[in-house]
Write a protein that binds this ligand. Sequence first.
Ligand code: GRF
Length: 203
Amino acid sequence: KRILVLISGSGSNLQAILDHCASGKIAGEVVGVISNKADAYGLVRAKEAGVATSILAQQQFASREEYDAALLALMADYQPDLVVLAGFMRILSGDLVRHFAGRMINIHPSLLPKYQGLHTHQRAIDAGDSEHGASVHFVTEELDGGPVILQARVPIFEGDSADEVAARVQAQEHNIYPLVVRWFCEGRLQMVDGAVQLDGALL
Ligand code: GRF
């Protein structure tokens, strides 16, 4: 399967997926990495793995619609079977999301449906939660609202900083995201009528 990864930053989840492809655990290949930030460290990771990269900076475009039209064209050039959003910090328009319906997944650093949006670790701490985590979900037009495929849970301890919690969550992200990509590439995972099916059974 042809995997296209969209990033904006460090790309540690991209790295985890690259590693799982290299070791043969994922029956697929990362055929491209697109970043909206020219200085994203994930671009270095992609180049080191011999993966093609593209930068599409928003400054070149007057509106979200124009940016997303260019992004869609660029994405289509890679002919992806699966689009993986890995720390891509832009909201995607409905047209683009619909185009990749059932073929685009995202990882969000919270136990969805809790804490959609930003600053999830601090919000979980401020709420006094003892548990937090990350969720992999299919992307739908509802921001951070698509059906959840897999979650990982981590504890929050008294006195934890947001950075400490973030590190704990990220370590789990690097397990669950490659696993979901693996399932998808094995043809085991589908979105059917807005719900997740794994091995033909509804989750
Ligand atoms: C992750 O924490 C992910 O949950 C969020 O953005 C972060 C990306 O980190 N959407 P990285 O670029 O993969 O290191």
